[in-house]
Design a protein around this ligand. Structure first.
Ligand code: HEM
Length: 397
């Protein structure tokens, strides 16, 4: 096959994957895009996309050809705003900033808060069992990320703090391809930046917090002030809404599958499997982008140098080539290789913390609750990057 022919074979699609309607239910679109070929030219936005697990995973690892340094958002304005963010760096620069995250989030440190997390999860679930019916997002999934993680990061305990969650969702939405829908989130981005520049400062951040570790690295000359500010932004965006989304989606799946909840109750080892499977089914981060540094040949099709390539964690996790019956929720599947936390140098440093929170919550539920069932329709809002629920009425017995 000549390279000209290969170029000619690049499949195309004019689907608007980032329209609010497609974002509400992307899975049928992903299935079509996976079937088209190893890569797809998304003509509506001039992007390319990888949707199969076998291509998404190696691309995430191959930072030399799929670079983050031009930004991981899908429009130039956001990439400019995110300059200095760890998400938008390649090694060797990435390594020095990543060291700061790894220091704060290493499992040894995270284990120190494990007792608090376990205790709070137990108290929370006792209270919810007494109530019977509750909102799985507001009353269950948000509690630990808000009470524990915002403290760990060190944001001051004032009335503005919880607004970070909405601003962060807006900041994620602002990373999508340029559109009216994407740009409608600008006020959230501005509020988040105002908050970070005025409140995420060494004088205001809580003592002994991740935030203080970040500013100490500035003092030692290891990172710049702008990198510190963007690091605080990465904590605010990546650390809280993602965990809430993963926990509430898993609760929703368990409420719809009583047989799977029975499995979890029978075997405590299945608690962590349930969360992993929830993250596989409903990846909280659905997509980020990379930019190709050279022509990249993928199984006979060529992505040109300089292309913005959407890497779909959400689609890779539903790839039938990797996961048999991918749309079926099975707590015993154990998909520890799913793309939900990413791969390669940017793989999620918050994995241990998020997993600890989820396992504490579902473990406490498994000990106390025989039945979880839907008590109404859940609500969700579309977002260019993340996928989670806004509310989730459930009943437990
Ligand atoms: C279920 C919860 C979570 C999910 C699904 C998730 C998902 C992800 C994914 C997919 C990436 C890779 C980005 C890329 O490929 O460019 C990532 C990176 C990151 N995550 Fe998480 N995350 C979660 C929780 C957390 C928590 C709790 C924190 C911190 C408190 C955190 C902090 C970060 C940071 C700082 C990065 C950037 C790392 C880098 O660029 O080197 N995440 N996360």
């Amino acid at each position: 096959m000549t390279s000209a022919t290969s170029q000619g074979l690049m499949p195309e699609s004019d689907v608007d994957l980032f329209s609010p309607a497609a974002l509400m239910d992307p899975y049928p679109h992903y299935a079509v895009l996976r079937s088209l070929g190893p890569a797809v030219h998304l003509t509506r936005y001039g992007l390319y996309g990888l949707f199969r697990y076998e291509h998404v995973r190696p691309a995430l690892v191959d930072w030399e050809r799929f670079s983050s340094a031009e930004g991981v958002a899908m429009n130039p304005r956001t990439n400019e705003l995110m300059e200095g963010s760890i998400l938008g760096m390649d090694p060797p620069l990435h390594k020095s900033v990543r060291k700061v995250f790894d220091e704060a989030l290493r499992p040894k440190y995270v284990r120190q808060v494990a007792d608090d997390i376990e205790r709070l999860a137990g108290e929370l679930v006792d209270d919810l069992v007494a109530r019977g019916t509750f909102d799985g997002v507001r009353d269950f999934a948000r509690k630990l990320p808000v009470d524990i993680v915002l403290d760990l990061i060190g944001f001051p305990r004032d009335e503005e703090r919880e607004k970070i969650l909405d601003w962060a969702l807006g900041a994620f939405n602002f990373m999508g391809p340029a559109s009216d829908f994407q740009s409608s989130s600008l006020p959230d981005v501005q509020e988040l930046m105002r908050y970070l520049t005025t409140k995420a400062t060494p004088a205001k951040l809580l003592p002994d917090s991740f935030g203080q570790i970040v500013w100490a690295a500035v003092e030692r000359g290891e990172i710049t002030e702008n990198e510190a500010l963007m690091t605080m932004s990465a904590y605010a965006c990546a650390g809280v809404d993602t965990t809430i989304a993963g926990i509430s989606s898993t609760l929703w799946l368990l409420a719809q599958h009583p047989d799977q909840w029975a499995e979890v109750r029978q075997d405590p080892a299945a608690v962590s499997g349930a969360f992993m499977e929830g993250l596989r089914m409903e990846a909280p981060v659905q997509t980020f982008a990379r930019v190709t540094t050279c022509d990249v040949d993928l199984d006979g099709v060529t992505i040109p140098a300089g292309a913005t390539v959407v890497l779909s964690y959400g689609s890779a996790n539903r790839d039938e080539r990797r996961y048999p019956e991918p749309d079926r929720f099975q707590v015993r599947r154990n998909p520890s290789d799913s793309a939900a936390f990413g791969f390669g140098v940017h793989n999620c440093p918050g994995r241990a913390l998020a997993t600890l929170e989820a396992n504490a919550l579902f473990g406490a539920l498994a000990e106390r609750v025989e039945k979880i069932e839907p008590a109404g329709e859940p609500a969700r809002s579309p977002n260019s990057i993340t996928r989670g629920l806004e509310s989730l009425p459930v009943r437990v017995a």
